[in-house]
Design a protein around this ligand. Structure first.
Ligand code: NAD
Length: 354
């Protein structure tokens, strides 16, 4: 075994079914009395449930969260936190709401409890992506990490089928790239493979029956493990492409990850034979070929396979490939412009990864 460094992130994880009821006790442990509760407009009723659980003892509800954490929304939410004398933030929602919680927390020095309701994984990473004047930038700081995360499987039962599928593959992408990260380690590899297996088994069940509690449990468990991988090691060409397509072309986060993943894996395959073999074992239907296993999974959960279907235009292929090569992340295979262009073109057209 080669030399490695493993530096676990701090943060308390409460995981299970019905665990939202632990929130008052968790707040008490943290000596918090006036939290500002964050949500999207669509999840206002879940924010109101949090407020009801705390008997209305909240500084307020801010339900104007938008995707990609625009800084104008953050400024408005920070003002709200100050005027309402909030001593804590609670984010209930997906990566967008948790991103806003992180942005307020790092600016105002307020501790943060995250209650995730998708599989994106932001709650267990010290990473914050923010958009200002249409440009998305990302930074990492241990103080960005939420102090407590409450995973309540019940809260994912309302996640629409399509978002369940794509958000699950978004989670899987973190674990796939963690397996070939430059700074990976044996603990992260264990978590990554366990997370991938849990999602590969549960997502096809949820595509048919989104109310299966056992499959929801397994998917959320997998998402936690995959998010933890993202929070500990560096990501490569897959994430670089998705950040470019999301940040510069405003494509939806989870759907973009879902379309790009088989192409990015196929690109790296020649340089990562051991990872491909381990992945093939974790993906049912692979018949020894991890890309095949991923294609079988994506077909079974009925997701869009082309960037074209998300509104990405053919004439933007060159620019996307060019932007993805700027400030490149580490990648196990040398990044070559014509090959990356061809990868983006295949993803745009919805052709099979090969
Ligand atoms: P999202 O948070 O934007 O949610 C998408 C939609 O689904 C929203 O309308 C939301 O209200 C709704 N929704 C969420 N959970 C629901 C539920 N259980 N029931 C019904 N509706 C629900 O989507 P996302 O994919 O979770 O997050 C994407 C954002 O998170 C992107 O901006 C991405 O960059 C960021 N992200 C950051 C990190 C990180 O480590 N910093 C990691 C992953 C994602």
């Amino acid at each position: 075994m080669s030399t490695f460094i493993y530096s676990p992130n701090h943060g308390r994880i409460v995981f299970g079914t019905g665990t939202l009821k632990e929130l008052p006790a968790e707040l008490e442990k943290l000596n918090a009395s006036q939290p500002l509760v964050l949500s999207t407009p669509e999840q206002l009723s879940q924010a109101e449930s949090v407020s009801a659980l705390l008997h209305g003892k909240v500084a307020g509800i801010f339900s104007e969260t938008r995707m990609h954490t625009p800084t104008d929304v953050t400024r408005k939410a920070c003002d709200r936190a100050t005027t309402s004398k909030a001593d804590y933030v609670i984010s209930i929602g997906g990566g967008s709401t948790i991103g806003l919680g992180k942005a307020i927390s790092i600016r105002a020095g307020l501790p943060h409890i995250a209650v995730p309701t998708t599989y994106a994984g932001s709650e267990v990473t010290p990473i914050l992506g923010e958009t200002e004047n249409g440009v998305k930038t990302t930074r990492s700081d241990p103080n960005i990490l939420p102090s407590t995360v409450i995973y309540d499987v019940d809260l994912t039962l309302t996640l629409p089928v399509y978002l369940t599928a794509t958000s699950g593959i978004n989670a899987m992408a973190h674990a796939v790239e963690a397996l070939y990260a430059q700074n990976t380690n044996p603990v992260i590899s264990l978590m990554a493979l366990e997370g991938i297996k849990a999602l590969a088994e549960s997502l096809p069940v949820l595509a048919k029956n989104p109310f299966s509690k056992s499959a929801r449990h397994s998917a959320f468990y997998g998402a936690w493990l995959c998010g933890t991988c993202l929070g500990h090691v560096g990501m490569a060409i897959h994430h670089k492409l998705c950040h470019t397509l999301g940040g510069s072309f405003d494509l939806p986060h989870a759907q973009t990850h879902t379309i790009i993943l088989p192409h990015a894996l196929s690109y790296n395959a020649p340089n990562i034979p051991d990872v491909m073999a381990a992945l093939a074992k974790a993906l049912p239907g692979s018949e020894g070929d991890a890309v095949r296993g991923l294609n079988v999974l994506l077909d079974s959960i009925k997701v869009d396979r082309s960037l074209k279907s998300l509104g990405f235009k053919e004439e933007d292929i060159d620019r996307a490939a060019e932007l993805a090569l700027r400030k490149p992340y580490y990648n196990p295979r040398k990044i070559e412009q014509p090959r990356i262009r061809e990868l983006v073109r295949r993803a745009w057209a919805g052709e099979d990864a090969r």
